[in-house]
Design a protein around this ligand. Structure first.
Ligand code: ADP
Ligand code: MG
Length: 318
């Protein structure tokens, strides 16, 4: 199977999109649009670094696109297109069938269309660039938070870390339904695109949690010049695993575990009613406040007292 046949068979699905004048097949995709601002982000997944060598191809597809789309969600964008740079050790039709199915299954609910890409031979590596839109000037930034804003997360924290512990046989999860839940959260995290769009005009700042709440909230603190105070008692943990570990471990996973892909966002007091009227179950976990000691950091409290954080999230070159 040569490269052109491979692209044709697995990636060139007939996909119509009102803004796509030219899709796969020419030197570039052509997008026809003038009303919106474009948000562009790229993510790379390398075998052995971001997923184990024996990971299922379908799961690699869903996870790669979900992670990329989550960055669009974090800024309130509507997903429009993605491009795929695929490096493969060999053209294995079974692998490509499963991988492309996972990819398109993740893209479908958001009407995100594959507009082009690149295919090369080498160690397995997947780069996905996502392209989304937002009304001019309205994108949610890390820098928009103000002192007094409440801090919210879009759903349970620590699922990614608990799932990883289960996969590495460090956490025994007896109930099959709980195992299925954790596997789905790990391999098919749902990018919070619809919530992100609802937060336009409601949230003052937003980020997606990919490296752990503390690491990602610290980005908002630095960009906004504020300190964040997080109440560890308010962290939402899933019932599927929280009873299986001690409280300290649960909090550690919720605060520092990666791969949750929940949104973390700040809302000013005046917008709280608007947030409550949205059809989403979000959890309030803390508040932004003026810099204390000049440090744009995350401080944890428990029952009103300072609570020491055990460790930070994952860093590639640490
Ligand atoms: P060029 O050599 O001009 O860069 P390619 O031969 O790499 O073009 O690609 C031909 C067409 O197929 C282009 O439209 C490109 O965007 C698309 N394409 C290549 N690889 C992929 C892929 N993995 N997924 C989707 N489209 C792809
Ligand atoms: Mg070309």
């Amino acid at each position: 199977m040569d490269e052109f046949h491979l692209i044709q068979k697995f990636f060139n699905r007939v996909q119509h999109h009102p803004l796509l004048a030219v899709g796969i097949g020419d030197d570039c995709a052509v997008v026809a649009s003038s009303q919106e601002q474009w948000l562009i982000s790229i993510d790379t997944m390398v075998e052995g670094v971001h997923f184990p060598a024996d990971a299922q191809a379908y799961a690699i597809g869903t996870r790669a696109l979900a992670g990329a789309l989550s960055d669009l969600a974090a800024m309130g964008a509507k997903a429009q297109f993605f491009t795929l740079a695929l490096t493969l050790p060999h053209a294995d039709a079974h692998w490509l069938e499963a991988f492309s199915s996972g990819l398109f299954a993740m893209a479908a609910p958001y009407n995100c269309v594959l507009a082009g890409g690149d295919t090369t031979r080498g160690p397995l590596c997947i780069s996905i660039q996502v392209h989304g839109t937002v009304a001019p000037g309205r994108a949610l930034m890390r820098s928009g938070a103000n002192a007094g804003d409440r801090i919210f997360v879009s759903g349970p924290l620590g699922d990614g870390a608990a799932a990883l512990a289960m996969l590495q046989r460090q956490l025994n999860v007896p109930a099959e339904s709980s195992r299925d839940y954790l596997l789905a959260r790990f391999y098919e995290p749902q990018p919070q695109l619809l919530l992100g769009q609802e937060l336009l005009g409601v949230a003052s700042a937003c980020i997606d949690i990919s490296d752990g709440l503390v690491a990602d909230l610290t980005h908002i603190c630095k960009a906004s010049g504020l300190t964040a105070v997080v109440d560890v008692d308010a962290l939402p943990l899933s019932d599927t695993w929280s009873a299986l570990v001690n409280q300290e471990q649960g909090r550690l996973w919720a605060l520092t575990g990666g791969d949750d892909y929940q949104l973390l966002f700040c809302v000013p007091e005046a917008k709280l009613t608007q947030l409550q009227n949205l059809p989403y179950q979000v959890a309030e976990v803390g508040r932004m406040q003026a810099l204390s000691d000049g440090q744009a950091t995350v401080q944890c409290i428990n029952a009103g007292k300072a609570w020491a954080l055990p460790q930070q999230g994952y860093k590639h070159f640490a």
